[in-house]
Ligand binder design. Sequence first.
Ligand SMILES: [Fe+2]
Ligand SMILES: [Fe+2]
Length: 286
Amino acid sequence: MNALKQTANRLFSISQNNYLNPHTALVWPETLERSQWFMAPELISLNGSPVYEELSEKQKKELSFWEAVNFFSLNIHGEKALVEGLAQRLYRRELADVAEYLHSFLDEENKHMVYFGGFCQRYAGKIYRDRKLKIEREYAYGEEEFLFFAKTMIFEELADYYNLRMGNNSEIELTARRINLIHHLEEARHLAFGREIVRYLFNKFAAHWTGEVLQNVRHYLLSYLEATWKEYYNPDVYRDAGLDEVFDLVDQAWHSSASKKHRQQASFRCVDFFVKEGILEKNLVV
Ligand SMILES: [Fe+2]
Ligand SMILES: [Fe+2]
């Protein structure tokens, strides 16, 4: 708990010193000129599949707008679940030492939804629906606790890969770029905390698990990683961008070698951490 507590204390003071008002941190233009990139071209889900090459630059930019709306929507759904889970864990005896930091974590995730939701509602008039299925099941001792933070880490690591590549990218429309930048700056703290708490909970609980429970945990994490990735390939995005045969496009995009390589690269930091900590057995292909 010591390393975790020290990290939490350090992050808490950084959060206090960098406290942002979400209602003034961004300037919202009345409308956005669509002839700009809202998602970096190399991060567009269709990039690398044959159909993408046939699109005009105007169509690619229109697609980039809806891809950004999807990326921001994914963040909102992940953050809603995160806020819910963090609120449940506030002042639990085993996490009492890091309660102060949990308040900052929770506060920052709520602010992120102001940015992401503000963009989607203002400029797209909607947020894409959450496609994740929730399955109720029984958990072994400490398993649910561990999985909550491990899943958070997966979701945040992937999103940060995108934020990092767009937050300072002058090619990206300014509002979308600022959202990526602000998010990355605060997520850097969440990721640091995530590593400590995932390590702490795994060391605390895994010793009590049977081999079968550990295998289930591993299988679950890999399934969660795949399910998280699947949400980046959204047929509604392709439809809104004016493309046809959208389910076929999802298939093409998912299976293209370029996108497999992209998923491996973007998952690397997170999967590598899990492997080094003994949480996953080897660096498996997503
Ligand atoms: Fe966030
Ligand atoms: Fe976060």
